[in-house]
Write a protein that binds this ligand. Structure first.
Ligand code: OAD
Length: 249
């Protein structure tokens, strides 16, 4: 994008947002990239060196839970060393404009939106900071402390698994319903830092579009969501989102 194209795109996006009653954001790994959290599908991405089916599927878990815990403990240790970046902070500022008419749906499991101060966050793929007991079902917030490769439930001593949605698993019904409702009711959807290839998350984009919402994409490159976008801001979200928020004042 040239400087002039970017200026024009920012102005269009800001104009739409200024007139918008209800706003929704769908975020993905790209938002956390500038914090130092690897994305999934980059050539040096998170799955590099791991077979997805070994570390992020129910079969992989059944075969070798210690390997799975080691993978997630390494991700937890990485997140413990990073901080939210200006992109996360810009989304906090954006929420303050719409308050309870703003929903941030995130595919990220790093918890950085909440750490930055976003309030109405739907973590549709779970959280690295939570565990789930396979015996009593308790979901517990464990922060980012090391958990070892066979952690046990503090309540019932059952086996714990990461509270993450793996390939082949369904999303939590209540959280997914809330995400669909937010996409269905918003009049602007901001799609930030996601390749928009993983479903059902990516289907929020056509859901919002069909209901007439304006779709604004923020990404380094065009993606599967670009075909639905009314305007694209192609550059790092840590730069683009603060520029957009500046123009909303
Ligand atoms: P991907 O790794 O598929 O995509 C990351 C996107 O971020 C790409 O489109 C990049 O171009 C973009 N990107 C990278 N750096 C950026 C930056 N600084 N600013 C803006 N955009 C940037 O990650 P997701 O789309 O989040 O699911 O992946 C979706 C799901 O696939 C994940 O939640 C995960 C994975 O399997 C589960 O673990 C269930």
């Amino acid at each position: 994008m040239t400087e002039d194209e970017l200026e024009a795109a920012l102005e269009r996006a800001a104009r739409w947002l200024r007139g918008c009653e209800r706003a929704c954001v769908l975020s993905g790994a790209g938002v956390s990239a500038e914090s130092g959290v690897p994305t999934f599908r980059a050539s040096d991405g998170l799955w590099e060196g791991h077979r997805i089916e070994d570390v992020a599927s129910p079969d992989g878990w059944d075969r070798n839970p210690a390997l799975v815990w080691n993978f997630y403990n390494a991700r937890r240790a990485n997140v413990a060393t990073v901080k939210p970046n200006p992109g996360h902070h810009a989304l906090v500022a954006m929420e303050q404009r719409w308050v309870d008419r703003f929903t941030l749906v995130t595919q990220n499991v790093d918890g950085l939106h909440l750490e930055a101060g976003s309030k109405n966050v739907l973590e549709i793929h779970g959280s690295l900071r939570q565990t789930r007991c396979l015996t009593c079902g308790a979901v517990t917030n464990r922060g980012l402390e090391p958990l070892g490769d066979a952690p046990e439930c503090p309540q019932c001593n059952g086996r714990l698994r990461p509270h993450i949605v793996w390939f082949g698993e369904g999303l939590d019904d209540d959280i997914w319903m809330a995400a669909m409702e937010a996409a269905d009711r918003c009049d602007a959807l901001l799609v930030v830092g996601t390749s928009a290839v993983v479903h059902p998350a990516a289907s929020l984009v056509p859901i919002a579009r069909r209901k007439g919402a304006t779709v604004i994409e923020v990404n380094l490159t065009r993606t599967e969501a670009s075909a639905y976008a009314d305007v694209g801001l192609y550059g790092p979200s840590g730069v683009m989102l603060p520029k957009l928020v500046e123009r909303l004042a």
